[in-house]
Design a binder for this molecule. Structure first.
Ligand code: F6P
Length: 373
């Protein structure tokens, strides 16, 4: 192991100092990414790694907020932990930073200055498409050598089949259905499970199939309330006394309006469509309904083996990209391999559920309804 590391280091050129930050909503597997980056950079190449605190917020503070990471502090001790040891933020865009008086200020130059102050040869940004758009703009403006690692429970980053955090979120949502089914059956109820996913229905679709849902509603497939009610009626006429419905948070109500969480800090977060559906289903079918809004438990779990594996592969490949001097790229998972793609591709095409894709066809083959029948 040590010999291999020294061999790698010998061929790696000048010693570097790299930075890593986590940005956007946290998810399970971020610490597995950090561990992999630290291991590869430090043991593989003999580089220093600075972990920046709270995404770009750490770069806006003076003194700049960061910790030097090494395999002792950021090694296998963090592999199993949910969240991110670095902290993160999903607001505070440095190009339009919110000020107390409600106005916005461009603070991008401060972020760029911080990267120079730390002497970073390259920066690894672990984020979703929103974070990548901001980080890429900063990189272009400030000549920062940027590599992206995709993470989001929503799994909507383009050009990669999977992002860190998605698998664990699906696992949590599936487990929620496992727990809802017995209580639904005991009380003859229709249970509605609302899951996250922003504008994509990946979590709802995957968990709905894995957890035996009867109906899956996703933003990519328009539904009619009457079709949802008819599906539930059919199930009950067939002799089953309960039903499970999974709904993605961005599914609109019957007027086409997205339901937003009251008092959400960013003012943009979705939440509450589950309650709307429960009322409508009760009204149209006479069934007793209950709602579970799963919320942030989908983000907070210990990472699944899959997210740890993805985090490891992504972290190692990201460092190798820096060693090869290949920047403005995002690591990605395609056809059972870790690859890298232009960051621009990942930002340009967010990945929504394909309404004609394998998983939708699978669900239909299982007689799961999408409310479009
Ligand atoms: O993008 C991840 C995500 O968890 C979405 O699924 C959800 O809509 C949003 O973040 C919630 O954001 P917040 O943590 O600000 O409530």
């Amino acid at each position: 192991m040590v010999k291999a590391a020294l061999r790698n280091a010998a061929g790696s050129g000048a010693a570097k100092t790299i930075g890593i930050l986590t940005s956007g909503g946290d998810c399970a597997g971020l610490n597995a990414v950090i561990r992999a980056v630290v291991a590869r950079a430090s043991l593989g190449y003999g580089w220093r790694v600075f972990g920046i605190r709270q995404g770009t917020m750490g770069l806006l503070r003076r003194p700049v907020e960061y910790d030097e990471l090494d395999p002792g502090t950021a090694g296998i001790n963090i592999l199993r932990l949910g969240g991110t040891i670095l902290g993160t933020t999903n607001h505070g865009d440095p190009f339009a930073f919110p000020l107390p008086d409600g106005s916005r200020k461009d603070r991008s130059a401060e972020v760029i200055e911080a990267v120079r102050l730390l002497g970073l040869d390259a920066l690894i940004g672990v984020g979703g498409d929103g974070s990548f758009a901001i980080l890429r703009r900063l990189a272009q403006q400030g000549g920062i050598h940027l590599v992206g690692i995709p993470k989001t429970i929503d799994n909507d980053v383009g050009a990669t089949e999977s992002s860190v955090g998605y698998n664990t979120a699906v696992m949590v949502a599936t487990e929620a259905l496992d727990r809802l089914q017995p209580t639904a059956a005991s009380h003859d109820r229709v249970m509605i499970l609302e899951v996250m996913g922003r504008d994509a229905g990946h979590i709802a679709l995957a968990a709905g199939i894995a957890g035996g849902a009867d109906i899956i509603l996703i933003p990519e497939i328009a539904y009619r309330m009457e079709a949802v009610a008819a599906h539930i009626d059919r199930i009950r006429r067939g002799g089953r006394n309960f039903a499970l419905v999974v709904v993605a948070e961005a599914v609109p109500d019957r007027t086409g309006k997205r339901v937003r969480a009251a008092g959400a800090p960013t003012g943009t977060a979705y939440g509450g469509i589950g309650r709307v559906l429960a009322d409508e289903i009760a009204r149209l079918t006479g069934a007793e309904t209950r709602v579970t809004i799963l919320g942030h438990v989908q983000r907070g779990s210990q990472p699944s083996w899959d997210d740890r594996l993805l985090g490891a592969a992504f972290g190692v490949h990201a460092v190798d990209l820096i060693a090869a001097g290949r920047y403005d790229r995002m690591v990605a998972w395609q056809n059972r391999c870790v690859v890298d793609v232009p960051l621009a591709d990942a930002i340009a095409r967010p990945q929504q559920v394909d309404p004609d894709g394998t998983l939708v066809r699978t669900a239909r083959g299982l007689a799961i309804g999408f409310g479009d029948g």
